[in-house]
Design a protein around this ligand. Structure first.
Ligand SMILES: [Zn+2]
Length: 50
């Protein structure tokens, strides 16, 4: 499942979404969920244009 998300995110090459927990700083693949590590809902979203 994670592989599928990675492919969907990185495979397009144009625009990538990078999400990071504001609390613990862990990388989050799915921005619609809370942080899987600390459970925080404060997730920073970055839209990266290549
Ligand atoms: Zn966290």
């Amino acid at each position: 499942m994670i592989d599928r998300i990675k492919r969907a995110v990185t495979g397009q090459g144009q625009k990538r979404l990078f999400c990071e927990c504001r609390h613990c700083g862990s990388r989050i693949d799915d921005p619609t969920t809370n942080c899987p590590l600390c459970g925080s809902s404060e997730v920073a979203r970055y839209d990266l244009e290549s």
